[in-house]
Design a protein around this ligand. Sequence first.
Ligand code: AMP
Length: 191
Amino acid sequence: MSSRLVIMGPQGAGKGTQAQRLAERLGVPAISTGDIFRANIKGGTELGVLAQSYTSKGDLVPDEVTNAMVRDRLGQSDAAGGFILDGYPRNAAQVVELDDILTSLGVALDRVVELTADRSELLTRLRQRAETEGREDDTEEAIARRLDIYAEQTAPLTSAYAERGLLVRVDGIGTIDEVTARVVAASTPAA
Ligand code: AMP
């Protein structure tokens, strides 16, 4: 199985859940930029205060902040044997930065998994999550904004990874277990 993976997909596609399940299976850390921002916001750190002014609206946190955070996290010892990156890269500049980070660490991506789901299904799921989890950035406006940013800035990145032969698309509609089985199969190199 590949151990250096990026998991991409619009908010509500189940990325975080699947990233964690896959990480457990591979014995590598799941690294979610959204989770790191949320932990900093909760802890009231300087990074958290800055990030919150963007995350609360559904906007991207500036690249220089996010890139430095990811570089630091991927350089930690628990990520040396592999990782699942969830929520990064999200724009073209972050793709370039990730390449640079990995080159300086002397490693390369094994696979990019894209979870797919249509917008109406995503809206239904995100509205349900807003009711049950009460995430600050799950307002109607922020949800729509995040889906728009994904479609405009993040989804096009998959073609760059497809050209490199790294991309696998996985249908994100189904039960959590069904989708996990697909993600695991997609993360296994073809014989
Ligand atoms: P997520 O949990 O992945 O939906 O991320 C929550 C929020 O954190 C996003 O809406 C952005 O404001 C911010 N964020 C997470 N990852 C990134 C990233 N790679 N670049 C910029 N902002 C990010």
